[in-house]
Design a protein around this ligand. Structure first.
Ligand code: BTN
Length: 155
């Protein structure tokens, strides 16, 4: 994946003044880094999610298709709403998002961090809370599950 790109006139200038070799530092100043989380991801359960590009404040939207469910209802792709750190120097940002399941009364929240290893492999290491609707306050104690998911990039 190409992380940097230049507008054509700037690329030409760089090329002239650097003997045909584009200077990474000039490239870095030319265009912001691609958002680290944007794209399609799959976790170890087989669930997939598509994360859209963040806005200037770091807010993003996406969709989540879970491969498993606590609910007995047929699984449907569901919307998610998230927020991430954006600062250019932050290559491995933290983030969080909530999934509003359209096929059950539950809500899930995920928090995590994007990591890139020495070989360029990307993972999203997450911890989640899944809250189901309790019938009464007496059932509240058993209505929240916690777990971890690791996502790898599909696209
Ligand atoms: C429900 O069962 O009410 C909604 C689906 C919950 C799916 C959970 S969220 C945490 C875990 N990670 C997944 O990819 N799927 C399950």
């Amino acid at each position: 994946m190409e992380r940097w790109s230049l507008t054509p006139p700037l690329a030409l200038l760089c090329s002239i003044f650097s003997g045909g070799r584009l200077l990474p530092v000039v490239e870095a100043a030319a265009k912001p880094r691609q958002a680290a989380l944007t794209g399609t991801w799959q976790n170890e359960l087989g669930s997939t999610m598509v994360l859209g590009a963040p806005d200037a404040a770091g807010a993003f939207r996406g969709t989540y298709k879970t491969a498993v469910a606590a609910s007995k209802k047929p699984i449907q792709e569901s919307p998610l709403f998230g927020t991430q750190h954006l600062a250019d120097h932050l290559e491995q940002p933290t983030f969080g998002f909530a999934v509003n399941w359209t096929f059950s009364d539950s809500t899930a929240v995920f928090v995590g961090q994007h990591f890139v290893d020495a070989k360029g492999k990307e993972t999203l290491e997450t911890t989640w809370l899944l809250r189901e609707q309790a019938e009464s306050r007496g059932e509240d104690w058993k209505a929240t599950r916690v777990g971890r998911n690791i996502f790898t990039r599909v696209e």
